[in-house]
Design a protein around this ligand. Sequence first.
Ligand code: 6PG
Length: 632
Amino acid sequence: MNIGKIIIVIGVSGVGKTTIAQNLGKQLGLPFIDADDFHPMQNIKKMESGSPLNDDDRKPWLEKINVALNEYKSTTGVVLACSALKESYRKLLGKDLGSAIHWVVLSGSFELIKNRMESRNHFMPSDLLKSQFDTWEEPDYGMKVDVSHSPEVIVDFVNEKINMKGKAEIGLIGLGVMGKSLSRNIAGKGFAISVFNRHVDGQEVDVAKLFAAEHEEMNPELAFDDLSAFVESLAAPKTVFLMVNAGAAVDAVIEGLCEHLSDGDVIIDGGNSHFKDTERRFHALKEKGIQFIGTGVSGGEEGALKGPSIMPGGSSQAFDSVGPILKAIAAKDSAGTDCCAFIGKGGSGHFVKMVHNGIEYAEMQLIAEVYAVLRYGMSKTPAEISAIFSDWMKTDVTSYLLEITADILQKKEGEKYLIDLILDKAGNKGTGSWTTIAACELGVAIPTMTAALFARYQSSQLDMRLKASEIYASANVDIAFDLGKLKAAYQMARIVNHHQGYDLIATASEHYGWDINYDDLSRIWTNGCIIRSRLMEAISKAKLEQGNILMNPKLNAEVLVSRGALNDLSAVLSKTNISAPCMLSALSYLNGYVEKRSLAHIIQAQRDYFGAHTYERVDAPRGEKFHTNWLS
Ligand code: 6PG
């Protein structure tokens, strides 16, 4: 079926919509229509009587235009000039138009437009123009055009971009759950996207075509299982977003792609790749003239569709060109800014995503440990625990993970809680263990994150646990613990967990010369990602010095208050049979972090005793080495 192009030129009164739209129509051979010609009689009468239209008046008008646009979509296509100042108007205008629609967003400063109108003797009272600017909700999608250029330049620019639209602005390879959601997000934001999924006989057949046919925002003409046709469909410089399984598959796809790409083209890897692989690919591709971005994408399936947190690293030049797409599809923070910021060169984007997942592991485990205290120590039902978590959600400890756990705990199958039917063996895909390995390589202590990882490993020894429980298990001890204190201890452990994550990132940034901006990083983790939380918002507002959380004056006030709660909880926990490695490690870490004299003098003495490894002395200059003959 033919799909006609629907070009909608929008912007405030006086910005030049009609001129641009008419000229575009001429150049592209498309009819031109003006939104004003669609007003129903009652609107015309109202305007003639000097009364402004309200949104109720506008609704039937916009719906009428939308019907016309849909007719043009199945015939010639069209260019429409319409102010479409608000997002709600644009929603009505764009209904059912899917990928046929091309928004051309004209913008200029108040002064520029006022002067222009005056020079054309077209007087518009300042108040009226001001109200247009006040109402204007600039879309975060579409083709942005600065009207300070001449109409000829603007029309040529838009024309070129629209022609390019036969070609896609970006291509995505790998239509798994995340790839599909990201593709729909990109298409929904008005970008022309080609999608590719490999063909595997009997297993993966017409995946791209079927997916594109199923979702109206996708363009079925831009769905491929032939790599060369897919790359051919992309406008130059070609940008390809990979959403394939981390590891060898990424290398294989890159190798195949390189046969079709040329100098200046861009590859983005959005999977959970290891940062060292990203570093290696970045350099290898640079040699071939191809720009590489390794980006963390967090938020799961829903986030990918509605707005993930995006952590790109690698080629800053490539980010300059592809940044607008990544920013447009990202979640927005509380100020409405995109949760996407360039992290740094090389593998830095994937490094911070890896640490995000390390923090995520411990956030999940800490919730599980609080659950254990309430369920096994205090005999609460899952529904009661869910209610407690729901109360906590109204406070500073709230987080996405706490919210979903409150939901999970309510879910029943018949009389039984679903949570009681789920096998107690935790899976993992690798990022948590990479975090611990990276910490060991860089010499950073992250025991709370590692404890969460090891708890997952330990859980998988199910058969052994069942046997051991017969020999060792003793009855659980009933505990009474104040809920407010439990919440404070939980928050304390979370702060320690986040501190460890940032410490690892800061050390890596220094080591690899990434120069990571902690304000940007914290801000893009306030929404879209799995570890989004009110604590992350506080961290973002606290403006970390060198990524340090525990020494930050805005954050350590809470530590000073809540440390005792973690002490008390740990004391109570140690009288039970509850395994709570994250809570206990957080306390130990905190004690170790603040102690004036660590136990390392004993270790150093032992090392010197059996291996003559030498030690430094408190009463001698740093760096001077001593050895003692301990037996003499
Ligand atoms: C995210 C998630 C996502 C996923 C990880 C961890 O940020 O959207 O972290 O990347 O949950 O793959 O999975 P595992 O728990 O299986 O290691």
